[in-house]
Design a protein around this ligand. Sequence first.
Ligand code: 4NP
Length: 151
Amino acid sequence: MVCLGNICRSPMAEGIMRARIEKYMLNAEVDSAGFESFHTGDAPDARATREMKRHGIDISRQEARLFKKTDFDEFDRIYVMDSVNYNDVKSKASSEEQMLKVDFILNITNPGSNKPVPDPYYGGEDGFAKTYQLLESAAEQIALELKNGGK
Ligand code: 4NP
């Protein structure tokens, strides 16, 4: 799960996906990363942590890190939140095959739309509630795909 700061959207996506992996007892791992070093090592934004807590998921111990080239080897799927993240990931890719792993996370729920998960960082708490709803639907669908044998 990839966004810009790795303190709002992608840590929420990571937390939701991990909860789904546990719920469906999937043999899968999830992590998140960003491209802006300003928050590296930080816990998620307090508003993100609060929203997740409302849904029974604790992300307070996650730490922001930068996306790295080896993530292409470590992970089968790389989900980005918006076109900025997509281009950032693309700048690190060294083959077309690596880019085949990359997709907009909302293409899961809106195929082919390349819709962004809007960045809630500069807005109020309601933006985080919206972020949760968008990511929750996508994570549920990803989990069901994996449960049904998808890679
Ligand atoms: P995120 O939001 O990409 O969803 O984690 C942001 C958080 C912080 C910054 C940018 C985006 N920032 O530039 O500090």
